[in-house]
Design a protein around this ligand. Structure first.
Ligand SMILES: [Zn+2]
Length: 216
């Protein structure tokens, strides 16, 4: 099982140690022990996991979702970016990375393995069921939705990219069940997927600013 590397500022070392972080003498850094819940340590994750997507503002998205194990109607959460977000590209010829404005349409972001602090804290104020999890199948840590009722990890493919489910609506009627709350703060993440564009974005429900949302 993977051990997670942390980047703990000197004045937060006591707190990290109290939460169970272990000091790796050889590598001179703090780590989450294998098998521990990574969530309490999420703010100290080393972003050696290089960020590859960013935007000056973002949406916190939520929609009802039927858990395939317990059949409970839970809520799933995610991040969406307005048109004009940027993705990191690598120039094959020069080998240099550069930021490029992506397609001119909004997108959902998924397969996130590293989140910047602001969106992470924002999401934590909304829900504790979108969380950093250990994914056994991939032997990796990802931000995933878990069922509110039975705790099942709901994989991102099902939540974000299966037509007619979750954040991939087929009809305007389905799109209405997706609520988007805009947050006027920068978003940065290391992500494996962003679903490009949907004319149905405009059919989703745009909620009042995020602070008015109660915990789901
Ligand atoms: Zn369930």
């Amino acid at each position: 099982m993977l051990v997670l590397d942390l980047c703990v500022p000197p004045d937060e070392v006591d707190r990290a140690r109290a939460l169970g972080a272990l000091w790796n003498t050889e590598r001179q850094l703090w780590q989450v022990p294998a098998g521990s819940d990574p969530m309490p340590f999420a703010a100290w994750l080393v972003a050696g996991l290089e960020c590859n997507i960013r935007a000056p503002g973002y949406f916190v998205a939520t929609t009802p979702f039927c858990c395939w194990r317990c059949r409970g109607i839970t809520h799933v959460h995610g991040f969406a970016l307005p048109a004009g977000y940027e993705a990191l590209n690598t120039d094959d010829e020069s080998g240099e990375d550069y930021w490029e404005e992506a397609d001119d349409s909004p997108t959902f972001v998924y397969h996130i393995d590293c989140l910047s602090l602001e969106p992470m804290e924002r999401m934590r104020s909304v829900t504790d069921t979108y969380r950093l999890c250990y994914d056994r199948g991939l032997d990796a840590y990802h931000w995933l939705n878990v069922c509110h009722y039975c705790g099942l990890q709901l994989n991102d493919t099902a939540v974000f990219s299966e037509l007619g489910y979750g954040f991939m609506p087929l009809t305007p009627e389905q799109a209405k069940h997706i609520t988007l709350c805009y947050v006027d703060a920068p978003f940065t993440a290391s992500a494996g997927g962003w679903w490009l564009g949907s004319q149905l974005f405009d059919s989703m429900t745009f909620a009042l600013p995020h602070r008015s949302i109660s915990k789901v």
